[in-house]
Design a protein around this ligand. Structure first.
Ligand code: F3S
Ligand code: F3S
Length: 112
């Protein structure tokens, strides 16, 4: 799967969202998150990001920050986000879900 890293925080440009063929990039409050269960590894999103926030999961190996955000991407879909009563899981499309207006605990406090 591909992963959105910390450079997205407070940029949240969404250029990546528009090119994903399976609509698996979900928009949070401070950043967006690729659903690892839905991403088909096409890589179309990676060159679109103006701040180079996107990387492939295997590129996280040995990199502490990338590993943190790899795990955090999974958490975004597995945990109950603020304002919701169940985990997102795999809704099968970000557009129908809309903006989540929420982040993981890591991203909410990131850089604070
Ligand atoms: Fe979509 Fe990027 Fe994966 S375009 S399918 S999130 S590699
Ligand atoms: Fe974020 Fe870059 Fe997409 S800033 S929302 S990963 S285009």
């Amino acid at each position: 799967s591909y992963v959105i890293g910390p450079a997205c925080v407070d940029v949240n440009d969404r250029a990546c969202v528009d090119v994903c063929p399976v609509d698996c990039i979900y928009v949070g409050d401070r950043k967006s998150y690729i659903n690892p269960a839905e991403c088909i590894d096409c890589g179309a999103c990676e060159p679109e990001c103006p701040v180079d926030a996107i990387f492939v999961d295997r590129a996280a190996r040995g990199d502490e920050t990338r590993t943190l955000f790899l795990d955090d991407s999974k958490a975004f879909f597995a945990e109950v986000l603020p304002g919701r009563d169940a985990p997102l899981g795999s809704p099968g499309g970000a557009r129908k879900v809309g903006d989540l207006n929420a982040d993981t605990a890591l991203v909410t406090g990131y850089g604070a």
